[in-house]
Design a protein around this ligand. Structure first.
Ligand code: GLY
Ligand code: MN
Length: 367
């Protein structure tokens, strides 16, 4: 698995004529090596991939001086970062030994001061910006990844089934979010991101911040629940609408149009090659029914991160490819009144059709 991923990266480097790549991104390091640090932004590990070798740099908070990767790992060589010998001196030695002239780096991730330091201290190599090399490899999931995402979706469905039973008059947005988290944590799972639970006018804000919110359930409330599960580092993403009491005709009509648009888009994915066509198709179905356009993309890739490739947006260059995992999540928002979104996580499977992984029913849930 990891060796296949590194091989794909080496092929991409070869194609670009780059000798080596310094990887600073937390998720890309995890993806290529399985090595995970406690924080994702504090630069606790780096990886260097060269033509024949892979080096992992970290410090004694994670590994001891004599740390060895198991023999069946992909031959990663560990280099300890310590006060006497920091990342730069390790790099200097390795680049010299391997006669590397071009050092690729992740332009979306390396910070400007880190780039300056590389330039100033590694005189004989040219730092070379690369863009999206690993995230584009991550876009196509392997079998192990799909199993984890599938499981995350299943857990999310079970969680939602249980949590919706606890919603009563005056239940607050924060309580619902907290119960989702507690349900997951008690079973040893985690949240993929802070849940969005938005009631009535709050649901008109696509990325409503539940932590700062004050909403609570009233008779006739429209409740939007958007959350995901993290299972073995892989995520799911689902949004469902819940109605507290019979929805008004206009609300029900809006829901039905939105649901039809979402379901038809998933079905139609079988015919689309370009994901921007799926975005256009979905928007058109909704706006043709005199509902407002939504201010976000129709979907996004899901994997180790909640927003990754491919993008399902109006200007996305991404094509539909076997084993991509992404969401389809159109919405309808009436500022100051209410909003709705319906979201599933899907995988592109056999015959390049989309298979829905989040199976919680979409017939409107009226409680
Ligand atoms: N479900 C949260 C998001 O897609 O941004
Ligand atoms: Mn989403």
């Amino acid at each position: 698995m990891y060796d296949q991923r590194v091989k794909k990266l080496r092929d991409a480097l070869l194609e670009k004529g780059i000798d080596s790549l310094l990887i600073s991104n937390f998720y890309n390091i995890l993806y290529l090596t399985g090595f995970k640090t406690l924080t994702k932004d504090e630069r606790e590990a780096f990886v260097l991939v060269t033509k024949n070798k892979i080096y992992l740099f970290s410090d004694e908070r994670y590994v001891t001086k004599n740390f060895q990767f198991p023999p069946d790992s992909i031959g990663i060589q560990f280099r300890l970062i310590e006060p006497q010998k920091g990342l730069i001196s390790h790099l200097r030695d390795i680049l010299k030994d391997e006669q590397i002239k071009i050092l690729g780096f992740e332009a979306e991730d390396l910070r400007f001061y880190e780039y300056q330091k590389l330039r100033e201290t590694l005189k004989n190599v040219e730092p070379f910006p690369t863009s999206k090399l690993i995230v584009k490899i991550r876009e196509i999931k392997d079998a192990e990844e799909i199993v984890c995402i599938q499981k995350a979706c299943e857990i999310g469905d079970q969680c939602l089934t249980e949590i919706t039973k606890t919603i009563k008059l005056e239940t607050t947005e924060k309580e619902v979010a907290f119960k989702i988290e507690m349900w997951l944590r008690e079973k040893g799972y985690n949240l993929a991101f802070d849940p969005i639970v938005a009631i009535d006018s709050n649901s008109a804000v696509a990325h409503y911040n539940t932590k700062d919110g004050q909403g609570s359930v009233k008779v006739g409330s429209v409740i939007l629940v958007d959350f995901g599960v993290k299972y073995k580092d892989y995520l799911s993403d689902i949004t469902r609408m819940i109605f507290f009491g019979q929805p008004a005709d206009e609300v029900r009509r809006t829901y039905d149009i939105l649901l039809e648009g979402q379901e038809k888009t998933i079905e139609k994915l079988a015919n689309f090659d370009s994901l921007k066509d799926a975005d256009n198709f979905c928007r058109k179905l909704i706006t043709e029914n005199r509902l407002p356009n939504y201010p976000h993309s129709t979907g996004h890739g899901v994997g180790l991160e909640i927003h990754e490739y491919p993008k399902v947006s109006f200007n996305s260059p991404d094509r539909k490819i076997l084993n991509q995992v992404f969401t389809i999540e159109p919405g309808v928002y009436f500022p100051g009144k209410m909003g709705m979104r319906i979201e599933d996580t899907v995988v592109i499977g056999k015959d390049l059709k989309a298979e829905i992984l989040t199976k919680f029913p979409k017939v409107p849930l009226i409680i």
